[in-house]
Design a protein around this ligand. Structure first.
Ligand SMILES: Cc1cc2nc3c(=O)[nH]c(=O)nc-3n(C[C@H](O)[C@H](O)[C@H](O)COP(=O)(O)OP(=O)(O)OC[C@H]3O[C@@H](n4cnc5c(N)ncnc54)[C@H](O)[C@@H]3O)c2cc1C
Length: 381
């Protein structure tokens, strides 16, 4: 067993951390207040070559030997600066572009994947619908074949990057009555007539991650834009959805680290009763509990990513990493807020943003309950 990152991985982390310290952290509050997703940060990351961590070099990717581990580090470092910004970028670098890389024709890859990895296009992933969240197989958006096109009608909700996306990997039902087997994936260019943004959704959490309701009204998609086999979309995308749980664990660890570091520093500076508050056992124990949960979440998430990089099936490990890391992050951010006392409740301190943002990993990519459903199935109970 080897618990060390390689020199290259440590260097990679340092580079991302430097970028985040210069370009993300100083602007995090401003973007949280404006609620805008900073496209220029995605563009800069594209220029620097960071958007293709999971993809082959021929399309502008990095071609790494351990893409999952690198991607986890990438998500974690971005989320230390801003979980809102990180969530939009991580969606772009994973599930939103996974389908076009895996099943897209060469023409589609050149037209969409290459510019996406350069940061010139933004991608989204549309599965969830108003009546189908945890039960993704219940989606109602229809795709009906019409000659050499599919015609899509329906509504998507909670789509990250939804109002800013240039293209969307979108799921629609091609065969009614077949449950999770009758769903297909398509690449939808958002310039296609009939596609519109219903509304941008206002959120309590990750303000600057763009979240939208999307409307599809007789949207005609050429049949070459079908990603993978017809009716196999949900089954095909399953691997990416599993990987994404490791990504979400990375996002959770990032915000938890930021909250923990801020609280530790504050506890060692803030004086009450003539002493720094870190000398009070109640505060010290709180910091110990935070660190213990953080380290456990980190180790297990790296383990899941490491296993994925070995080509192993990680259904249980990915669900467990997300469950443990997102619950830990929420706990850590809650404790951090209390260490800041009244200042924790003030908008000028980031503790409240960390806590608000830490609710997202509990839901995005599947709720904690659903992680438990997945784990219990894997346990055979
Ligand atoms: C900020 C944000 C961004 C998102 N981005 C995207 C995106 O880009 N693309 C996309 O497709 N989706 C996205 N989602 C959707 C997300 O994946 C769903 O919100 C999530 O899967 C839960 O679905 P739901 O909201 O419909 O809740 P529901 O499924 O209605 O769940 C409601 C409650 O019931 C519980 N529950 C449901 N079923 C079970 C069960 N079988 N056993 C036990 N408990 C159960 C849940 O745990 C939860 O507590 C996003 C969501 C958010 C909040």
């Amino acid at each position: 067993m080897d618990f060390e990152f390689t020199a290259e991985q440590n260097e990679f982390r340092k580079q991302i951390a430097r970028f985040v310290a210069e370009r993300v952290t100083p602007q995090a509050e401003r973007y949280d207040q404006s609620g805008e997703f900073p496209r220029e940060i995605l563009e800069e990351l594209g220029e620097l070559g960071y958007l293709g961590i999971k993809y082959p070099e021929q399309y502008g990717g990095v071609g790494l030997d351990q893409p999952h581990l690198y991607h986890t580090i990438f998500c974690e470092e971005l989320a230390r600066g801003s979980l809102g910004i990180a969530a939009g970028i991580a969606m772009h670098t994973s599930t939103a572009t996974y389908g076009v890389n895996k099943w897209g024709t060469e023409e589609l890859k050149q037209k969409y994947l290459v510019p996406a990895l350069q940061g010139k296009m933004i991608a989204a992933f549309g599965l969830t619908e108003p009546n189908a969240g945890s039960d993704a197989a219940a989606i109602r958006t229809r795709a009906q074949r019409d000659g050499d096109h599919y015609v899509l009608n329906g509504t998507k909700i909670f789509t990250t990057n939804g109002t800013v996306a240039d293209f969307i990997t979108i799921a629609a039902r091609t065969t009614p009555g077949k449950g999770f087997k009758g769903i297909s994936l398509f690449l939808l260019d958002t310039k296609t007539p009939g596609f519109s943004v219903g509304r941008k959704l206002e959120k309590f959490t990750i303000h600057c991650s763009d979240t939208a309701e999307l409307v599809l009204d007789n949207v005609r998609i050429p049949s070459e834009y079908l990603l993978g086999e017809e009716d196999m979309g949900l089954i095909n995308i399953a691997q990416s959805l599993v990987d994404d749980r490791v990504m979400t664990a990375g996002l959770a660890i990032g915000v938890a680290k930021a909250a923990y570091a801020g609280a530790l520093k504050y506890a060692q500076e803030r004086e009450q009763f003539g002493k720094t508050i870190s000398t009070f056992q109640a505060v010290r124990f709180r910091l110990v509990d935070m660190l213990a949960r953080l380290k456990t979440a980190e180790l297990y998430s790296y383990y899941a990513a490491w296993k994925a990089d070995r080509g192993e099936k990680i259904i249980q490990e990915a669900a467990m990493a997300k469950l443990v890391a997102s619950e830990a992050a929420n706990y850590i951010c809650r404790q951090a807020l209390s260490i800041f006392g009244g200042y924790g409740l003030m908008m000028e301190y980031p503790a409240q943003r960390f806590l608000r943002d830490s609710f997202f990993p509990l839901v995005g990519g599947g709720t904690s309950d659903i992680m438990k459903v997945v784990i219990s199935k894997e346990m055979g109970i």
